[in-house]
Design a protein around this ligand. Structure first.
Ligand code: ADP
Ligand code: MP5
Length: 273
């Protein structure tokens, strides 16, 4: 016996994460899918690389063939469709170029949040050094929002950021590569506040939260970027999307918990506990 047809169901915003797999579940595509689910979106993933990592560090990393990345992307976009994309770990110059090509095929309508992941919280590399140029020249121009932390802003621009003036200088240098907006994350600056600067070159928006002493911050940047993508997928303007994502990640950091013997994960599901 089949169910009688009901009213059409609302479809949640569709968010695609193009990222590395973190088997430990805190960052990468696992963190992205948890974030999307926590915020009521439908998450999908294109795996760029498999990593073996946990709270103590990254113990191995295996990029996928470009063909596998293309096939995953096409499987999603040809059938299911996407309302926003988030990119994270891209592993190599070849994969960064492949992803840039795929995004170009998507057209300009779909917002793209580019998190230029370079190293893990433990300092382990997640991107080959020769990928920098491809990232800068091919990915950054397609970004609706680019979300570097201070180290990433430093290696993308050569600006050493040690304070809020340096964040402004790095943001201006990054805008020259073509992203529509830049969010320089000040999470690693010393001081009592975790302050992030959002700009499109016409003004500044500062997002400040009290710095939480919790050391369990694995996955902060991934959660923030995906939460921005979720709000953009819903049609929010960029400043509103970042404000909402900042509130989400601040709560997730405050609730981060000790799993493993090192840096534990943020709590993606904090709002439902
Ligand atoms: N201890 C903390 N307390 C509150 N917010 C933080 C803390 N650490 C980082 N953040 C915030 O988390 C977000 C991610 O930033 P960050 O940790 O710098 O990124 P990444 O994970 O890329 O290194 C930013 O909004 C930043 O301000
Ligand atoms: C697959 C993958 N992507 C991104 C990060 C960065 O997250 P964090 O900076 O919290 O280590 C990571 N560790 N692993």
């Amino acid at each position: 016996m089949s169910n009688p047809p009901g009213p059409p169901r609302a479809v949640p915003p569709r968010v695609l994460s193009v990222a590395g797999s973190d088997c430990g579940g805190g960052a990468g595509l696992q963190g992205d899918l948890k974030t999307a689910a926590a915020l009521g979106a439908y998450g999908m993933s294109v795996v760029t690389a498999v990593t073996a990592q946990n709270s103590q560090g990254v113990h191995g990393s295996w990029p996928l063939p470009a063909e596998a990345v293309r096939a995953q992307f096409r499987a999603v976009t040809d059938d299911i469709g996407v309302d926003a994309v988030k990119t994270g770990m891209l592993a190599s110059a070849e994969l960064a170029g492949t992803v840039a090509d795929l995004l170009a095929g998507l057209g300009d309508r779909v917002p793209v949040v580019v998190d230029p992941v370079g190293v893990s919280k433990h300092g382990d590399p997640l991107l080959a050094p020769d990928a920098l140029r491809t990232l800068r020249e091919r990915l950054l121009p397609r970004a609706t929002v680019l979300t570097p932390n201070l180290d990433e802003a430093g290696w993308l621009t050569g600006v050493r950021v040690t304070g809020e003036d340096g964040m402004r200088e790095a943001a201006a240098a990054l805008l020259a590569y073509g992203p529509r907006w830049v969010l320089v994350k000040g999470g690693h600056l010393p001081g009592g506040a975790a302050a992030d600067l959002l700009t499109d070159g016409t003004g500044e928006h500062w997002f400040r939260a009290a710095r939480h002493p919790n050391r369990h911050t694995h996955g902060t940047g991934c959660a923030l970027a995906t939460a921005i993508a979720v709000q953009l997928a819903r049609g929010a303007a960029v400043p509103a999307a970042v404000g909402s994502a900042k509130r989400y990640v601040t709560g997730a950091i405050a609730a981060g918990f000790p799993l493993g013997g090192g840096i534990g994960p943020v709590d993606h599901g904090w709002r439902s506990r």
